[in-house]
Design a protein around this ligand. Sequence first.
Ligand SMILES: NC(=O)C1=CN([C@@H]2O[C@H](COP(=O)(O)OP(=O)(O)OC[C@H]3O[C@@H](n4cnc5c(N)ncnc54)[C@H](OP(=O)(O)O)[C@@H]3O)[C@@H](O)[C@H]2O)C=CC1
Ligand SMILES: O=C(O)[C@@H]1CCC=N1
Length: 273
Amino acid sequence: MKQRIAFIGGGNMGRSLIGGLIAKGTDPARIVVADPYAPTLQSLQADYQVQTVSNNADAVRNADVVLLAVKPQTLRDVVTSLQEQILGTRPLLISIAAGILAADIQRWAGGVQVVRCMPNRPALQGCGVTALYANEQVTEANRSISEQILGAVGATLWVEREADMDTVTAISGSGPAYFFLLIEMLEAAGESMGLSAAVARKLAIETAYGSGFMARESSDSPATLRQQVTSKGGTTEAALKHLEASNVRAIFSQAVAAAAQRSAQLAKELGSA
Ligand SMILES: NC(=O)C1=CN([C@@H]2O[C@H](COP(=O)(O)OP(=O)(O)OC[C@H]3O[C@@H](n4cnc5c(N)ncnc54)[C@H](OP(=O)(O)O)[C@@H]3O)[C@@H](O)[C@H]2O)C=CC1
Ligand SMILES: O=C(O)[C@@H]1CCC=N1
């Protein structure tokens, strides 16, 4: 990748993308990070040898791509304050902020091209997934650059309707937290039944890893894979009967809908939607 990328915000997700890009061979000299918190910058510099600056405009100055990795609540102020700089060099803007519409970011920036996307934290290990959205003003070249950057840290796909980004955010953006919760709950259950915390955690994590890996590699559907674990009259059936009777599918579906609604609400609260 030959583009120079400026990250605005070096928090959880900025770090995940930077770490993933460096691990996949991006030259650290091509990455500059701006963040107001000096210890964040120091640790990014120590871990990944990227350039760091405390001033956003300094990061944008020589960048081909500006990757906006601040909270949705901060995005408007950040982009507006960079407008002059952005209009000077017209970099491609890539936003990972939940909820905020591409058109709002484009307007705050003074009209440059904006690709909106939703990556997730496993990007740090190179096994993220990112959905991208671009309106018709974004050139093929800029679509391709965005896909290359996010594609370096996991799978990518494009969505045609921006409204789908709310659902994407609820499924894969927030999704790692659901799986971590499941790991936590399995660990707690094992511990409450007498396993040591270390053993319970190892069993839960390796099971999550193996199941995800198997679901990814197998040509069978997740439902078929589940059925293959579930012996008639056996242990898994006992557990699944309990979960189904507790309405776990409806609960999960409502939880994901709540995340999608929050994404749409962020657009209304913080933008023009
Ligand atoms: N966390 C996740 O799994 C995912 C997050 N996202 C999106 O990524 C974005 C960032 O989220 P996340 O990394 O979790 O949040 P964090 O709070 O961890 O990171 C945001 C970073 O931006 C810094 N910051 C605050 N104000 C400014 C500013 N004016 N200029 C530059 N940097 C600033 C923050 O510093 P300080 O802490 O000192 O305020 C912080 O280091 C959000 O928009 C979120 O919706 C998308 C996909 C997944
Ligand atoms: O919770 C959030 O709002 C962000 C977006 C997706 C994951 N984390």
